[in-house]
Every structure is written in structure tokens, then in C-alpha cells.
Design a protein around this ligand. Structure first.
Ligand SMILES: Cc1ncc(COP(=O)(O)O)c(C=O)c1O
Length: 393
């Protein structure tokens, strides 16, 4: 176990761990106490004091600074959105693309990323899908041979939801810099779980929702837009997107210059309770340390893989440390296994390749052993009744 992760203290923050074996953080993380308290405080303020909104708005800027710290960006490079999809759609519509421009993506990557770019078909933009086996991770070589003079963007997940691959974004970032291609990253599964340094990774735009690794309820997303990319301009516009919004609230067609910072991609009011809670959740994550969370979930992965090998259950995604993070898909038939695990108070997700197990900072080696014990006991029962051929059903 990671020396710096105090598992008892972390588990105290997640009361759900007393009720369930929660192995589904890639779907949604349980709410920690610190987020619940922040939301409760917001409710009291709204209920008893009707705000005050200026205080709430100042907290948005505190949250922005926290997100910037987490991503190793500057706060001018951070915008708040509704979710990952909104961030990816903002990117797809902001990058200057011409008819015939090509976007490179991975086959089978999250559909919300794919649709953002596929929707540009009506403008003559093409999406080229590169195939990659589920047990491999993408690096520069994956894309290099597919790049030609029409290629303008590579867009992919940092960690994939369907097989847990942790793509080598840094290597792809170097390729993009060399070829003058924008790199857009869907960090929904990685942010809050792995260290994410947007400068080191060479990312142009990064989008994520906040209800997984960032631990707040659905409805808030973060968007990083690299500072010097002023050619990226928003499609939607509101007062908050403008460099000089009219103080008298009368729109002036002659003065519509957008802000230079990432705030040009924001429009309208924010999800204030979520953003209030986001500061607390990031402080909580920082108190554990993202590197410790990364080490912890990989250690749980090591133990899971070892146990699966003993049971003869295959893993869909990569086995090697560094190529995986907190998501492990077990090649077991979903229909038969998800119900069984649910009946035993284990929360997992059905996935295209099998049963998806995903860890959070609150999971323990004992959680892994309990899961392996349940799998083993059902396999043994089936062998007793069906003979060895029934073992993988
Ligand atoms: C990689 C990835 N991207 C995007 C999403 C979802 O996008 P959104 O935040 O828009 O709901 C998920 C899962 O919910 C995901 O795993």
C-alpha cells in the first residue's frame, strides 16, 4: 500500500464503504463527507440568506485556481462547463477546421468524444478512426502513419472507460507539437485519479466532467484551453464571454471582443453548489496526493490481476503498470455475473468486453480479495455442477 495514503482516514470520508463493496468509481464516485458538507453549507446560505451571490461568485474563482493547480495550468486557462461532452463540443467547434480537414480518433473511444467531431461532417470535416486492440495503449506510433497534410486534430481519452487503457498522451503530445496538430484530451476518467500536467502532456484542450475522480455531483465540467491558442473562438456567446461586457446590460454589436482567457468559452450562470463543493473535493484529493491515489489504485490492480490469473479469468485491457490506472474489465459474461455480484452487494458496471471493476482511493486490498472470493466461489459451484467447461460462464 502507498505509504502516504491513510486508508482509514480516506474511508471515513466515504460512508458508503460500510454498506457496499463499491467497485464502480469509473461510473460515478460515492460522495465524500467533505462534499456533502460543502453542499449543505450552500443550501443553508441559499435558504437562510438567499446568497449572497457575490460571495458565491468569488468562490468560483477559488475553484478555478484549485483546478488550475491540479492540472498544472494557470487559472486563465480554465473554464467551467456542464460536463465532458460540452467541453469536447466546445473544442470541436473552436478549432479552425476547413472542409477536408481530418480529425484522428481511436475506434471505440467514448462516443461523446466521437459525436462532437462526427457532427462536423456537415461542414466537410472528416473523422478517421484508428484501430487499437483493447490490451494496448496508444502512443505516437499509433497515429504517426495516419497523419497527412489534412490532419488538424488528434482527440482521445487519457484513460479509456471500456478497457482501462492509459494512453501515452505525452508521446502523442510530442508528435502533435512536431506536426502542428491540436491535441484534445478527454480526461473524464483520469483527472483526480492520476497526476495530470497539461504542459508536460502537450495538450491543447482538455475536457472532463467532475462526478468521477473529482467527487462532486453531476453537472459541472472543467475545460483547459492552452493560453496562446487565441485562434480558438467560441461558438456560443454571452456577456460572460466578453472582454468588456456592457455595464448597463445593453448589448452593443460594435463591442463583442471575446476575453483572452478561457472564460471566453463560458456562458451564463454556473453550477454554484457544485463549484463550491469542487474546491473542497480538490483540497481533499490534494491532502491525499494524486500520486498516492495513482499508486494505490495500481497496487489494487496488481493484486486483482494476480488473483484473476490464479482463477483463469482474463483481463480485457493492458496488464502492465503504467498502461493502466483504476479500471479493470474482466472477461466474464455480463448477463451472468453482474446480477450475481449485485446480489452480493458488490457494485460494478457492465461493459462491452465484460464486467468492469474500478477502484477509488477508498478501496482496500481486502475489497479485492472479497471480489476474488466471490468470483472463485461461483466458479467452483459451476465446476461442481457443470464440469470444468462451465467455469467461465
Ligand atoms: C472517457 C469518458 N468521457 C466522457 C464521459 C461522459 O461524458 P459527460 O461528462 O459528458 O457525461 C465518460 C463517462 O461518463 C467517460 O468515461
Amino acid at each position: 500500500m502507498s505509504a502516504s495514503l491513510d486508508i482509514n482516514a480516506v474511508r471515513q470520508e466515504f460512508p458508503v464503504t460500510k454498506r457496499l463493496l463499491y467497485l464502480d468509481s469509473a461510473h460515478q464516485t460515492p460522495m465524500p463527507n467533505c462534499v456533502r458538507s460543502a453542499l449543505s453549507e450552500f443550501l443553508v446560505e441559499g435558504n437562510e440568506m438567499a446568497g449572497p451571490k457575490p460571495v458565491w461568485m468569488r468562490r468560483v474563482e477559488v475553484a478555478r485556481e484549485k483546478v488550475a493547480e491540479l492540472l498544472h495550468a494557470s487559472s486563465e486557462e480554465i473554464a467551467f462547463t456542464k460536463n465532458t461532452s460540452e467541453g469536447l463540443n466546445i473544442a470541436a467547434n473552436a478549432v479552425p477546421l476547413q472542409p477536408g480537414s481530418t480529425v484522428l480518433m481511436l475506434e471505440g473511444d467514448h462516443p461523446n468524444n466521437a459525436y462532437a467531431w462526427l457532427h462536423l461532417k456537415r461542414k466537410g470535416v472528416k473523422v478517421k478512426f484508428v484501430s487499437l486492440p483493447d490490451d494496448q495503449v496508444a502512443n505516437a506510433d499509433t497515429f504517426a502513419d495516419h497523419i497527412d497534410e489534412s490532419s488538424r486534430v488528434i482527440s482521445l481519452s487519457h484513460v479509456t472507460f471500456h478497457a482501462g487503457q492509459r494512453h501515452d498522451i505525452e508521446d502523442i503530445g510530442r508528435l502533435c507539437a512536431k506536426k502542428n496538430i491540436y491535441l484534445v484530451v478527454d480526461a473524464m476518467q483520469s483527472v483526480g485519479v492520476l497526476p495530470v500536467d497539461v504542459k508536460k502532456l502537450g495538450v491543447s484542450v482538455l475536457a472532463a466532467g467532475c462526478h468521477k475522480g473529482l467527487l462532486v455531483p453531476q453537472g459541472t465540467g472543467i475545460l483547459y484551453v492552452k493560453q496562446n491558442l487565441q485562434e480558438l473562438q467560441p461558438v456560443y456567446l454571452a456577456m460572460s464571454s466578453l472582454a468588456n461586457p456592457p455595464e448597463d446590460y445593453v448589448a452593443r454589436p460594435a463591442e463583442m471582443t471575446t476575453r483572452r482567457d478561457a472564460g471566453r468559452f463560458e456562458f451564463g450562470n454556473f453550477n454554484l453548489p457544485d463549484l463550491h463543493a469542487l474546491t473542497r473535493s480538490i483540497e481533499f484529493i490534494q491532502s491525499i496526493g494524486v500520486a498516492s491515489i495513482e499508486e494505490h489504485v495500481q497496487m489494487l490492480g496488481d493484486r486483482l490481476i494476480e488473483g484473476l490469473d490464479e482463477l483463469g479469468v482474463a483481463l480485457v485491457g493492458p496488464r502492465q503498470r503504467g498502461q493502466r490506472a483504476h479500471i479493470y474489465v474482466l472477461a466474464l459474461p455480463v448477463a451472468k455475473w453482474v446480477n450475481y455480484l449485485t446480489q452480493n452487494l458488490v457494485r460494478v458496471s457492465p461493459e462491452r468486453g465484460g464486467v468492469r471493476i474500478s477502484f477509488g482511493a477508498f478501496n482496500t486490498p481486502d475489497d479485492v480479495d472479497q471480489l476474488l472470493g466471490l468470483i472463485s466461489s461461483r466458479m467452483r459451484k459451476r465446476v461442481d455442477t457443470d464440469g470444468p467447461s462451465g467455469a467461465m460462464d
